[in-house]
Design a protein around this ligand. Sequence first.
Ligand code: BGP
Length: 489
Amino acid sequence: MTKKLPEGFLWGGATADFQYEGGFNEGGRGILSHDYETDGSQDNPRHHTLKTADGSIINPKSSFILADDVPEDAKPVFLDDQYYPSHNAVDFYHHYKEDIKLMAGMGFNVFRFSVCWSRIFPNGEEEQPNAEGLKFYDDVINEMAKYNMEPLITICHDEMPMDLALKYNGWTSRKVIEAYVKYAQTLFEHFGDRCRYWLTFNEINAVRGFGPTGVRKATGQDRYQAAHNMFVASAKAVQLGHKLVPGSQFGTMYAMSEVYPATCKPEDMFHHLQEHRENWYFIDIMGRGYYPSYSRELWDRHDVKDIKMDPDDKETLMKGQLDFIAFSYYRSNTTKAGDNWFNVGGNKNPYLKETPWGWPVDPLGLRYCMNEIYDRIQKPLFIVENGMGAVDKADKNDYVEDDYRIDYLQDHLSAMADAINIDKIPCLGYTMWAPIDLVSLSTGEMKKRYGFVYVDMDDKGNGSLKRTPKKSYNWMKHIIETNGAALNN
Ligand code: BGP
């Protein structure tokens, strides 16, 4: 069966502002929740730096939230002896023309990036948006237009202006819904004439495990209340976007690590069914517009007493359903009776090899998950992250022979093509994470590289930032110019 994809398929790459953009302290950008996160590694997790009222420094480990279980009086601080990767990242802020040209060179017709919320509303609640911030993204989108590359904008990628997080305890407060909707409206008004595809949130289901951005004590109650507020914020943005940007289409992005039962023992099978609902909860509510029947059982698992809802929330969710389901796919996992409810990576799958970071490589899992989501929600899909974090060894000219990345992509793209051509799953496009090397979200290191383009920078931010295409760059170019047909070779 041919791997050639339907006409109009969107091919591109995906990035996130605090891992890629830099430009901290430039163009009126405010401080972002991720700015207080240090670098880290697999053995030495990244952490936030905070100071308590009595002057002591605390370093809670966390990559998604302000911190878990942090004293009320602790405030984030920058310490001179720490490195904070989000501040410069790999400096897309000053390299955007070069990077967009490199992406266009591969034939990308779409580029997914996230807008930095605190670049538009520095403290989250200003009356007027920051004009310099809007101009930066105007410049980026106009540069892309020169190459007929369209934007896929992530409105909120696991982040929030820090002032907003501190003032309201992040997404636990409905005040943040208002701030988000105003921010989204600003983006629709400024970029809507050039952007038809939008993602309201990145990996919203990660809230269940890592906690919602900016929340100090992430109890089950906090997590699921914050999730509800995010559902309402998303649904309001979808309705507003449809009104302000005719023809616009909206998704939210889900982290889809396919989960298999570890064995066919009935207890493991039942646990697997329940574990699956942990993720379906997020997709069902936003994709179908209402809370599913299993919600109460799921809340009980997480000690959630009650979700506070406004009287019109139900109608808002129904009217603000997503148009397509976007997801990231890197790996699969297995689960068995007795595992905790967020056991990502907890059990080995004896049938799969792993990346150096222990992520199982499972191309068929991508086809499996495309079928599963479409069977259930019956809305088009968009694969907005997929890729392989690896240790690249550059030669003296910064050239990398990354055959392992080519193998990974060949297998995953083939599985995607089979889902589209054989299983007849509608899929709008594929944006690979991440076309240009950038900082890892989970470990804060540069060593874990994903790109088609090597960036000369080390884990502490040293390097010339020079961009050099890897072997996979020309390989991907060929796949795109044949619209997937070359996957058959
Ligand atoms: C997703 C995030 C991205 C990205 C990717 C790879 O969860 O949406 O921001 O970083 O995972 O993860 P990592 O960078 O930890 O390897």
